[in-house]
Design a protein around this ligand. Structure first.
Ligand SMILES: Cc1cc2nc3c(=O)[nH]c(=O)nc-3n(C[C@H](O)[C@H](O)[C@H](O)COP(=O)(O)O)c2cc1C
Length: 212
């Protein structure tokens, strides 16, 4: 059995989304210890930001008319689609930056779609755990309600475009411990942290049990 593990945090060992993904991965491994994890840490090793355009513009051209950059980009896109196609499940740590999806995640999503067959659902019926984290709070009635342009997009791509059985785990207020202006939210933030870790743990076990 094989699991695709993607991390996109730029915050290295301080990453809240990677910590949640680690919990889900550990629980998965407890159920299926022989699992192979195919990993990409796109925060540490980003995909080239110009590869998607090169893959798209080179795609319709005959092979001999493609530039070397287009050939490389098409090969990369196919590799990324293959990694997803051949996985039995996915654990995806995809944080919010600047009110939206991170650029590293977006490049990966775009290239993966470019490398797939038209309309191909690369995760059809497979469990996918998306772990998304954000520094602030965006719940109903908060000043920033409606400013989270990350989560709905991730849901759309993973569940609707790729066809996965999605479990979405969200953690908010991750900046409460480092931002003095958020001191009043510390207790709520800690409750959210605990709830997200419990949810990640449960999701890892459940996904490992349901994967075929
Ligand atoms: C460059 C940068 C931009 C950020 N932008 C936002 C933002 O727009 N809204 C927000 O709530 N948090 C924002 N944050 C905080 C992150 O969402 C928070 O640190 C979260 O934990 C990120 O996930 P990670 O810990 O896995 O990196 C930003 C953080 C960084 C480093």
């Amino acid at each position: 059995m094989s699991v695709l593990r993607i991390d996109t945090s730029i915050q290295g060992p301080r990453s809240a989304s990677s910590a949640l993904a680690d919990v889900a991965e550990a629980e998965w491994s407890a159920v299926r210890p022989t699992t192979t994890f195919v990993r990409r840490h796109l925060g540490a090793e980003p995909l080239p930001a110009d590869a998607w355009a090169a893959a798209i513009t080179g795609g319709p051209l005959p092979e001999e008319q493609r530039t070397p950059a287009q050939r490389d980009a098409i090969a990369l896109a196919r590799t990324l689609a293959d990694e997803m196609r051949h996985a039995d499940a996915a654990i995806l740590a995809l944080p919010l930056y600047n009110w939206g999806v991170s650029q590293h995640a977006k490049t990966w999503i775009d290239l993966t779609i470019a490398g797939a067959e038209k309309g191909e659902r690369l995760l059809e019926g497979k469990p996918a755990i998306v772990l998304t984290t954000r520094g602030g709070g965006y719940g109903p009635g908060t000043p920033r309600e409606g400013w989270d342009h990350n989560t709905a997009f991730l849901r759309r791509i993973v569940a609707d475009v790729w066809g996965a059985e999605l479990t979405l785990i969200e953690r908010e207020l991750t900046l409460a411990r480092v931002n003095p202006a958020m001191e009043a939210l510390l207790e709520t933030a800690e409750l959210m942290r605990k709830a997200a870790h419990e949810a990640a743990s449960h999701a890892g076990r459940a996904a490992a049990s349901s994967a075929r």
